[in-house]
Design a protein around this ligand. Structure first.
Ligand code: NAD
Ligand code: G6P
Ligand code: MN
Length: 441
């Protein structure tokens, strides 16, 4: 049986150990001969890599493992690049969130001005990794979680249209797991869904079990009362701020009871509520640094100190399972139905064919075969046209180094009240992103 070689780009990510544990748990389904880590921060990566080396030695000593900051070493002889980089790390995420909040505008990792700022940093980083892959392993596939996925996907569509990159998101997966819990089902894999939208900006129109029974009414009844809050939620999205996002889905759902919404729509439909419930001095970035980052790095240091994983509290979650399923779909041509961010090309018939949309696809060795979602209603179409224009303008601004277009992008975002506020935020963002953004003219 063929065994695969994988490089994790952003080896120092807090999500890396979860992915390694997931890969090791599924070696019967996806056999592996080599795992490499690549990061541009050697010290950060060394802690995660030190622990993962011990994990791999304990569970699958036959797998070759090493971590590197050298692109040639990292990207030579690989079948899959699993990427989750964060250009500028949490320090810049904190600024993305806090600068808009200064002006009473949503401060969020991937939505509004913060997401735009992050996009301007990510485009170069993701393209660089894609180019390394194509240079050193031209047959490989890049499976990309790096955010903001909507902007990254539009950038790779524009700049590397023929590259083998698949952009993915775990939010619908978590919500579908919650739907399964609401229904009393074992797993989200028992569901078959129709869904359309942009990344972090979409709606379910149909949820069925494998026998074709319509499950929407029972889910809607729950969501109309509790949003997506379930008693036994995910390990990944378990902090109080996430609970609030799942609860707020109740109000988002009320806007259109025909569909079931993605949690992220709250930032666009209820920005005033979000700002009111934000702490301008302590945002999600602070929560993550004090929570997930401390936990993961703490556990990794313990593993290294003890030279053993005994008592280790790190586990695998749906986030990791999705990227492994995707690799399997490509490796074995499984034609699994998965949500991916792909070029619209008529799948949403009354929407820009060049937009990068999130829709179900059948995934096989040749990549994704998008499924037709048909015509969408005026409300969603209007929202999506505005948001996709923001995303396209950001990519144009990055390519053309255009201040004007970036100002237009910020102004067009539904989270920003006016062109003057957009300008104030933009000028602050430029100041702190000098090291990462192209110089705008
Ligand atoms: P993190 O900061 O812990 O990890 C990111 C790593 O990327 C760091 O070790 C950093 O040094 C490295 N890095 C930064 N720029 C790089 C570059 N140019 N080349 C190589 N490495 C680079 O962040 P995290 O919270 O673990 O998240 C990682 C990424 O995954 C983020 O982009 C996050 O938004 C994304 N994410 C996406 C989804 C999704 O649904 N698409 C879900 C979860 C996380
Ligand atoms: C969800 C989204 C990701 C996002 C993450 C943020 O999983 O799908 O795109 O990066 O949430 O989580 P965090 O815990 O870092 O705020
Ligand atoms: Mn996401």
């Amino acid at each position: 049986m063929r065994r695969f070689s994988i490089v994790v780009a952003g080896g120092g990510s807090t999500f890396t150990p979860g992915i390694i544990l997931m890969l090791l748990d599924n070696l019967d389904k996806l056999p592996i001969r080599k795992i490499k880590f690549y990061d541009n921060d050697a010290d950060r990566q060394a802690i995660i890599a030190g622990a993962c080396e011990i994990i791999i030695k304990e569970r699958a000593p036959e797998i070759e493992f090493y971590a590197t900051t050298d692109p040639k070493e990292a990207f030579t002889d690989v079948d899959f690049v699993m990427a989750h980089i964060r250009v500028g790390k949490y320090a810049m995420r904190e600024l993305d969130e806090k600068i808009p909040l200064k002006y009473d505008v949503v401060g969020q990792e991937t939505c509004g001005p913060g997401g735009i700022a992050y996009g301007m940093r990510s485009i170069g980083g993701v393209i660089e990794i894609l180019d390394y892959m194509e240079k050193y392993s031209p047959d490989a596939w890049m499976l990309n979680y790096s955010n903001p996925a909507a902007i990254v996907a539009e950038a790779t569509r524009r700049l590397r249209p023929n590259s083998k990159i698949l952009n993915i998101c775990d939010m619908p997966i978590d919500i579908e797991s919650r739907m399964a819990k609401i229904l009393g089902l074992e797993s989200r894999k028992e569901l078959s869904v129709r869904y359309y939208g942009l990344n972090h900006f979409g709606w379910w129109t149909d949820v069925r079990d494998k026998d074709g029974n319509d499950l929407m009414p029972r889910i809607k009844e729950h969501v109309s009362k509790y949003g997506y809050v379930v008693t036994d939620g995910s390990a990944q999205h378990s902090d109080a701020s996430w609970d609030d996002a799942f609860a707020k889905a109740k109000d988002v759902f009320a806007m259109d009871p025909e569909t079931l919404p993605n949690t992220y729509l709250k930032y666009y439909l209820f920005p005033d509520y979000v700002v009111k419930h934000s702490n301008k001095e302590y945002t999600r970035a602070n929560e993550v640094m004090d929570g997930r980052e401390k936990f993961v790095f703490g556990e990794c240091k313990k593993i290294i100190e003890n030279n053993s994983t005994e008592g280790c509290a790190m586990g695998i979650d749906e986030h990791a399972s999705y990227i492994v399923d995707l690799a399997r779909a490509i490796a074995y041509n499984t034609k699994e139905r998965m949500l991916l961010i792909v070029e619209n090309n008529g799948a949403i018939s009354n929407f820009d064919p060049t937009a990068m949309v999130e829709i179900p696809c059948l995934v096989g060795s040749n990549g994704p075969e998008p499924l037709v979602m048909g015509k969408i209603p005026q409300f969603q179409k209007g929202l999506m046209e505005e948001q996709v224009s923001v995303e396209k303008l950001v990519v144009e601004a990055w390519i053309e180094k255009s201040y004007q277009k970036l100002w237009q992008a910020l102004t067009l975002s539904k989270t920003v009240p006016s062109a003057s506020v957009a300008k104030l935020i933009l000028d602050d963002l430029i100041e702190v992103n000098k090291e990462y953004w192209p110089e705008l003219n």
